[in-house]
Design a protein around this ligand. Structure first.
Ligand code: A2P
Length: 268
């Protein structure tokens, strides 16, 4: 029996509509969205493929598309010997993937108290949930200013985020919400750590020495007006959590909204 026929037999199969390879290590793809599936921008779901043993091989993936989008978008690394991404990186439009339509997660507006400025701190593919939140009108209705920081090793890893920001600034509906002076309402602060670029360094170091605040012309983070969401590798999450707490920020949850929330970028 052809493999696609086997997957189609699964109740949770969705069809791939497009795939974009950003580099030999990164790709994004879009799939159909079940008509009944609701989610809050920033949440994640389990997606995957049939394993060789006939059992679904699933991993947690942040939804990168906003909740108003007809399709679902995901952004992934390619790990050559990774159980899932070694196969997933070869998907083509028309192929089917498995989606468990039960979205969950803490990077949601409900987990934060109202504030003036929202910081979104990402490393690597940790930008995915922010790609959802940054295309959600609520983000600009709730905050006067939104800052996306994205730290990657190399320039090529910043391409997805750059394209995202360009799309948002040229989108009719979002551009109207962000305002004519959209450079001020939506701030983008990309940095690289292992290749020359306009701004180099780990965001944590640039916060500790005050560079990021001076560059953006904003005061240092304070629980009075700043809120933050964090998504990156484990070491980064721990470091930035400690840093945010040194500013007096308290971690929130869906049931107990506070000043910041953290989610791990899910790696193969
Ligand atoms: P660095 O190159 O200095 O390790 P990775 O690809 O390993 O997931 O890392 C993605 C980005 O996150 C890299 O630019 C890396 O910087 C940065 N990074 C890794 N660990 C930390 C950390 N503890 N604090 C801040 N940035 C980090």
């Amino acid at each position: 029996m052809p493999e696609t026929t086997r997957v189609k037999a699964l109740p949770d199969a969705q069809t791939v509509t497009s795939v974009h390879h950003w580099s030999d290590r990164l790709f994004s793809f879009r799939i159909t969205r079940p008509a009944s599936m609701r989610f809050r921008s920033g949440e994640f779901v389990m997606i995957g493929l049939m394993g060789d043993n006939g059992k679904p091989l699933l991993r947690a993936y942040s939804i990168a598309s906003p909740s108003w989008d007809d399709e679902l978008e995901f952004y992934s690394i390619k790990v050559q010997d990774g159980p899932l991404t070694s196969k997933l990186q070869h998907i083509q439009p028309g192929d089917e993937v498995i989606l468990r339509p039960k979205p969950v997660g803490t990077l949601v507006h409900d987990a934060l108290l109202p504030g003036h400025r929202l910081w979104l701190f990402a490393t690597g593919t940790g930008i995915a949930p922010f790609a959802s939140l940054l295309r959600d009108p609520q983000t600009y209705e709730d905050y006067d200013e939104v800052v996306l920081t994205h730290t990657c090793r190399q320039n090529i890893e910043l391409e997805y985020g750059k394209a995202l920001i360009d799309t948002i600034r040229s989108d009719e509906m979002l551009a109207e919400l962000i305002g004519a002076d959209n450079l001020k309402k939506l701030r983008y602060y990309p940095t690289t750590t292992r290749e020359d670029s306009a701004k180099m360094g780990r965001i944590t170091d640039l916060m500790r020495d005050g560079t990021v605040f001076a560059d953006l012309g904003v005061p240092a983070i304070s629980p009075d007006c700043d809120r933050a969401m964090v998504c990156g590798n484990l070491a980064f999450n721990l470091d930035i959590k400690a840093l945010l707490e040194s500013y007096g920020m308290i971690e929130g949850a869906n049931s107990d909204p506070k000043h910041y929330v953290v989610e791990k970028a899910f790696l193969d």
